[in-house]
Design a protein around this ligand. Structure first.
Ligand SMILES: C[S@@+](CC[C@H](N)C(=O)[O-])C[C@H]1O[C@@H](n2cnc3c(N)ncnc32)[C@H](O)[C@@H]1O
Length: 168
């Protein structure tokens, strides 16, 4: 499976989950936006469309992209222009990484990639991505109920309905 992460080099490399995934050989790390694969699904927390099993074929054929930059810069224009119609947000989940533990939706790049694979039906890849972090398996157990429900949803709309029902 093609997993590519754009690394803007705006982080503390010791804490960065992308740097670690890159060293483990689990993702390809690129430093220029034009090195991202064309047509891939791009994880953007500001996207109006939620990821769902509907994106499975595209991920299998074109790949999955993470954007590792500071949260402050993420909503700036270039990234959004770049991501376009294939950008997807993830539904409500709780972060388990040490930097943002317990916060909703502010996932590390590694958590976002793992959650994506879980939702589109590749639990084994999700487990493998999280296995490289001490706190990684906990992310999957903490969000297990939600991840299971999201993975059973047939569309982006259904994923959002499950999320909204859970939140309310
Ligand atoms: C802003 S970066 C921060 C990276 C941090 N340096 C790290 O080590 O994880 C996190 C990236 O993960 C993905 N991500 C995180 N939470 C997400 C969400 N709720 N929806 C979609 N993508 C998300 C996006 O690609 C986002 O840009």
């Amino acid at each position: 499976m093609k997993i590519v992460v754009y690394h803007a080099e705006e982080c503390d490399r010791k804490k960065c989950t992308t740097v670690k995934l890159g060293k483990q050989g689990k993702v390809k790390v690129v430093t220029k936006l034009n090195q991202l694969p064309t047509g891939a699904i791009v994880l953007d927390p500001y996207s109006p469309k939620s990821l769902s099993v509907e994106d499975r074929e595209t991920v299998m054929e074109k790949g999955l992209v993470g954007l590792d930059c500071s949260w402050k810069r993420l909503n700036k224009v270039p990234y959004r222009i770049k991501t376009g119609k294939n950008s997807r947000s993830l539904p409500f989940m709780i972060a388990a990484n040490p930097t943002n533990y317990g916060k909703p939706c502010i996932l590390s790049t590694a958590e976002a990639i793992a959650a994506s694979f879980y939702i589109i039906g590749f639990k084994d890849i999700a487990t493998d991505i999280m296995s490289g972090f001490k706190w990684g398996p906990h992310f999957l157990t903490l969000n297990e109920e939600l991840l299971e429900s999201y993975s059973k949803a047939k569309s982006s709309l259904e994923v959002v309905e499950i999320q909204n029902e859970y939140i309310s």
